[in-house]
Design a protein around this ligand. Structure first.
Ligand SMILES: [Zn+2]
Length: 444
């Protein structure tokens, strides 16, 4: 058996900035809605008002924008009719898809669904096609902060996805309604598809976890919920040790091999059994490969260990070179083991074999793995990282090891700056001490 896990960063650059269309003044929009209501006298106005023949295309876009804003509010409020009111009622397939999305997102405890609009679409007759919308959302994350303009187009505190919609004049009130919803060809904001966007998930809550399964994986739900709650009881404690609130809920997606290969841009491959995916700085989601034979509680302790220790950390740059991967994996292994000595772990043989074939370590942390790394290299990496973190905890105290982690990962300080405060020794001494300890433990 081997360590079969990893975490992925979203694909694409996290620093791609783009311009944004400023939304029209609300005063103009309110005036149009009142005007539209007057035009349709005798009946109550439909949501978003009647189309007005006098308005310009910019005004029409404002109506479309408001319809989507209202739709998002309806989702968060649990108002299914309000959510569906934006969709062409004659397109049964599309209505069903939106119904599925509503059910899935509500079950995943959606707490925010805000929108950013880009350039207006090209209107063609009664159609407005290719409306690009960025959605900021939170699942099971509380509090879910309102996002700032400066977070637009970058990896921010909460997840974002881009959607492309078509609108047409539809329905009994001849309004602009959604006639198509699709993924953009490229989305720099998120690794796609997200697990939830198919709308085809069955979701079950535990006490501390929410577990979602696609068709074919539902029979693992109750087992995963029980394992997740057991794991969370341990990892919550480590979050507090770090001085942080545990996450409101841990979110777990059970992936069959098909979903493993596609969700979040594709899983990390056959050598892994799960990963903690950073959808936003404040939202991590765990994906589990159900065909792996790893014990689910052990695996979730490791992955929840990432969630408990990394939520809130600014990981910009980690998608290029994750220089502290040894530290994040080491602490996740430490949490999985609940502080027990790594010597009994199945990673030790690979760690020993690997170190024996290399020049002696001079730095405590190994360079991150390449995507081409084989099973033995991956296992050795996890084992040596675990030994490094375990040494820091034993030698200098668990509290101080967590203080060191917090300084490096959450305050983005150099180990050289953090070490004298956290460990009362300079980083060179700590490294030398722990490298000696690692070789001694492995009898090298
Ligand atoms: Zn990990």
């Amino acid at each position: 058996m081997s360590i079969l896990e990893s975490e992925r960063e979203p694909e694409g650059s996290a620093t791609w900035h783009r311009g944004c269309l400023r939304r029209p003044a609300r005063g103009l929009l309110s005036f149009l809605l009142v005007l539209a209501a007057v035009v349709g006298c005798g009946e109550p106005p439909p949501p978003g008002g009647y189309p007005s023949p006098s308005k310009t295309r910019v005004d029409e876009f404002a109506v479309i924008e408001q319809r989507l804003i209202d739709q998002g509010k309806a989702l968060v409020a649990g108002d299914e009719a309000g959510w569906l009111a934006a969709v062409d009622p004659d397109d049964e397939k599309l209505v069903q898809h939106y119904r599925d999305l509503f059910r899935t997102l509500r079950a995943l405890h959606v707490t925010r669904w805000d929108l950013t609009f880009w350039i207006p679409p090209i209107f063609s007759g009664a159609q407005a096609n290719n409306v690009n919308v960025d959605v900021w959302y939170c699942l099971a994350t509380t509090p879910c902060p309102e996002v700032k303009k400066s977070d637009r187009g970058v990896q921010g505190p909460v997840p974002q996805v881009r959607m492309v919609l078509n609108f047409g004049i539809r329905g009994p009130y001849a309004q602009y309604l959604i006639t198509d919803l699709r993924r953009p060809e490229a989305d720099s904001l998120a690794a796609r598809p997200t697990p939830w966007e198919s709308g085809q998930l069955r979701v079950t809550d535990g006490t501390r976890v929410t577990v979602a399964a696609p068709p074919g994986q539902e029979d693992r739900l109750s087992e995963a919920v029980a394992a997740g709650d057991r794991a969370a009881a341990v990892t919550d404690r480590y979050a507090r040790l770090l001085g942080k609130q545990p996450p409101a809920r841990y979110l777990v997606y059970l992936a069959g091999d098909k979903e493993w290969a596609t969700w979040n841009g594709g899983g990390p491959g056959r050598h892994y059994a799960g990963y903690a995916h950073e959808s936003g700085r404040l939202q991590y989601e765990v994906v589990v490969r159900t065909s792996s034979e790893t014990d689910l509680t052990d695996l979730l302790r490791h992955e929840f260990g990432h969630v408990a220790t990394l939520t809130g950390a600014d990981r910009a740059g980690a998608s290029v070179v994750d220089v502290y991967k040894w530290l994040t994996e080491g602490i996740a292994e430490y949490i999985e083991s609940q502080g027990a000595s790594p010597t009994a772990r199945p990673t030790m043989t690979a760690a020993r074999d690997w170190l024996r074939g290399q020049r002696r370590m001079t730095k405590l942390g190994l360079w991150p793995l390449t995507p081409q790394a084989n099973q033995k290299e991956i296992t050795a990496f996890y084992g040596i990282s675990h030994l490094a973190v375990d040494c820091m905890a034993r030698r200098y105290g668990e509290d101080n090891m967590f203080a060191f982690f917090s300084g490096v990962m959450h305050r983005r300080q150099s180990p050289y700056d953090v070490s004298p405060t956290a460990y009362r020794e300079d980083w060179d001494t700590v490294q030398r001490t722990c490298i000696t300890q690692i070789y001694r433990t492995l009898r090298l």
